[in-house]
Write a protein that binds this ligand. Structure first.
Ligand code: ADP
Length: 197
C-alpha cells in the first residue's frame, strides 16, 4: 500500500530519516513507536490502532510493565503486528507557554531511540507524538521531533532507518517543511540523499 506514495528522505551519515503518510500499525520496520499514555493500558488514536492490530496479548504485556513516566519509553513485543517490537513512548500533554513540554517531547523521542538501540533495533517508525489527544501543535512539535531524531542519528549509527508515519497530508506537509528548513541549515549534518528528494 505504500508503493507509489510520495516519500521524502534525508540522511545523517549513513542513517535515513523518512517521512510518509500512513498508518503506524501497518509499518514493517523492526519496531513501531506507540504514542502511549503513562498507564500503558491503551487508549485512542495511535494507541488504539496499535492495540487493535496487535491483539489482546499486547495489553497483557503492557499491563505488567507498571506504567511509564512522561518523557520515557518502554518496549514490548509486537504480537500480531508486522513489527516485532512496540516501543511505548509517553509524550507530554501540551500547555502553551510551558517550557517543560518541549523538553519532555524531545525526551520521549530520545528515550524511544535509546531503547531501540539497546535492543538491537535498526529500523523504527514513529507517529507524531503528542499532536493528537495531547494537543501539541504540529507546527511546534515537528521541528522538535526532527531535531531530536537528527541529533540521535549523529551520535549513534545503529539505527539505519527512522521513519515518521504521518496520519494525513496536512501533518505530512508540516513535517516536510520542517525537514526542508533543517536540511537547509545542515542541522546535525542533515542532507538529502543523492538522487532523491
Ligand atoms: P497523543 O495522545 O500523544 O496526542 P494521538 O494518538 O492522539 O497521541 O495522536 C498523535 C498523532 O498521531 C496525531 O497527529 C494523530 O493524527 C496521529 N494518528 C492517529 N492515528 C494514527 C495512526 N493509526 N497512524 C499514524 N498516526 C496516527
Amino acid at each position: 500500500m505504500m508503493d507509489g506514495q510520495a516519500v521524502s528522505r534525508a540522511q545523517v551519515r549513513q542513517s535515513v530519516i523518512e517521512l510518509l503518510e500512513g498508518d503506524i500499525a501497518q509499518q514493517t520496520t523492526d519496531a513501531i513507536v506507540n504514542a502511549a499514555n503513562s498507564s500503558l493500558l491503551g487508549g485512542g488514536g495511535v494507541d488504539g490502532a496499535i492495540h487493535r492490530a496487535a491483539g489482546p496479548e499486547l495489553l497483557a504485556e503492557t499491563r505488567a510493565l507498571g506504567g511509564c513516566a512522561t518523557g520515557d519509553a518502554k518496549i514490548s513485543r509486537g504480537y500480531l503486528l508486522p513489527a516485532r517490537h512496540v516501543i511505548h513512548a509517553v509524550g507530554p500533554i501540551y500547555r502553551s507557554g510551558d517550557s517543560q513540554v518541549a523538553a519532555l517531547l524531545a525526551s520521549a523521542y530520545r528515550r524511544s531511540l535509546e531503547v531501540a538501540a539497546a535492543n538491537g533495533i535498526e529500523t523504527v517508525s514513529f507517529p507524531s507524538i503528542s499532536t493528537g489527544a495531547y494537543g501539541y501543535p504540529v507546527e511546534e512539535a515537528a521541528p522538535i521531533a526532527l531535531r531530536t531524531a537528527a541529533d540521535f542519528l549523529g551520535q549513534n549509527q545503529s539505527i539505519r532507518l527512522l521513519r515518521f508515519v504521518l496520519f494525513n497530508a496536512a501533518i505530512l506537509a508540516v513535517y516536510n517543511r520542517a525537514l526542508d528548513a533543517l536540511v537547509a541549515s545542515r542541522y546535525a549534518g542533515l542532507q538529502r540523499p543523492a538522487g532523491s528528494g
